[in-house]
Ligand binder design. Structure first.
Ligand code: NAP
Length: 340
């Protein structure tokens, strides 16, 4: 990293499928200076999340699309290096919504201080003590409405960052948990090491509706949807009367052209009196400290396991990001951009 230079990946054109270096380009910009009420963060780690692909599209979402010419938005953890903001001082570490760049300006919105006790590595605040832990934590404790012990929770992208942690939280809270993942190795990991009760490899199982029925003989009480598409359709045909669907993500559609047909089996929402709830972890931002405290306790007690895949080198960011859509990642994807 050269002093005075802010390396950035920025959105040059909106991608229609997988983003390439044609649409997401590299440039060197000057390091910005904070105005009154702002602070400057030097980013250490970038979080690579499927949602970033959605923000590259023009479709309206829970955040505005990334503007053409703007750096690619991402959650980062870094150090405050300059501050003209009353609540933040140089030397403090923060996690916030910034970008694929060395230095980001912030006005303090959606910015959280990371405890300075050094108990956990900084990158944990992008994974287990960040969205990876808190997304399933609030989704399962607040949105899924577990009603009785032994309910069956079906998790898609179950070996992914959110899914693998979510399945373990549901187990702690007394559910029977069945995961859907894209390889035998992933299925073995979630059942043998994470304690899921059963797993389905959706790429080799054949009839997915039947595979879910076999793995969930009493039906699915709660479907935790990270994927949408054909897996959602198969889950809909296995829901119990009064079942609940937590709509957390739709990764199967993120690299498409934006014209996603509704679920073919949507009628089942009526026929089975289902509750479908859209879920955003950001809605729980004021309660993140409470979620971090609980996730830390479970972590310290050895009740939650997780995997991180930390890649080094800012220049590799786009290439590593695309692993998310190939199923190639085996843990939370993080870039360490401090050195190349
Ligand atoms: N609502 C919220 O507040 C919130 C917050 C964070 C994340 N999310 C969502 O949670 C989901 C998981 O995110 P994550 O960061 O934990 O990613 P991740 O699960 O670590 O990685 C994505 C995984 O999804 C699976 N996948 C990719 N394309 C697929 C397809 N076409 N069909 C089925 N599975 C596919 C792949 O695993 P396989 O090998 O199993 O295919 C891949 O490894 C995403 O949809 C994300 O947008 C939502």
């Amino acid at each position: 990293m050269n002093e005075g230079v802010n390396r950035q990946f920025y959105l040059h054109r909106r991608p229609t499928g997988r983003p390439t270096a044609e649409e997401v380009r590299r440039r060197d910009a000057p390091v910005p200076q904070p105005a009154e009420g702002q602070l400057l963060v030097r980013n250490y780690y970038l979080s690579l999340d499927p949602a970033i692909r959605g923000w590259m599209s023009a479709e309206p979402s829970y955040l505005p699309p990334i503007a053409l010419g703007d750096p690619i938005r991402a959650t980062t953890v870094g150090e405050v290096v300059e501050s003209r903001h009353p609540d933040f001082a140089p030397g403090e570490f923060v996690v916030g919504l910034h970008a694929w760049e060395d230095y980001s300006l912030s006005d303090g919105t959606f910015l959280m201080k990371v405890p300075a006790d050094g108990k956990y590595p900084l990158h944990y605040y992008l994974s287990i003590l960040g969205a990876v832990g808190l997304t399933p934590y609030f989704a399962i404790t607040e949105t899924a409405e577990i009603r009785r012990p032994g309910e069956t929770l079906l998790m898609s992208a179950a070996a992914g960052a959110v899914g693998s942690v979510g399945g373990q939280i549901a187990k702690i809270l007394g559910c029977r948990v069945v995961g859907i993942a894209g390889s035998d190795e992933k299925c073995a990991w979630i059942t043998e090491e994470l304690g899921f009760d059963a797993a389905i490899n959706y790429k080799t199982c054949g009839d997915l509706v039947k595979a879910i029925a076999d793995a969930c003989p009493e039906g699915v009480d709660i479907y935790f949807d990270n994927v949408g598409g054909a897996i959602l359709d198969a889950a809909l045909l296995n829901m119990v009367h009064g079942g609940r669907i937590v709509f957390c993500g739709a990764i199967s559609a993120y690299n498409g052209d934006g014209k996603v047909p509704g679920p073919l089996n949507w009628w089942q929402v009526l026929a089975r009196a289902l509750t479908v709830r859209g879920y955003l972890v950001s809605d729980f931002f004021p309660r993140w400290p409470e979620g971090i405290a609980q996730m830390s306790r479970w972590l310290d007690e050895g009740r939650i396991r997780f995997r991180e895949e930390i890649h080094r080198g800012f220049e590799n960011t786009l290439e590593v990001f695309l692993e998310l859509f190939d199923g190639a990642n085996t843990g939370k994807l993080i870039m360490d951009i401090r050195e190349d």
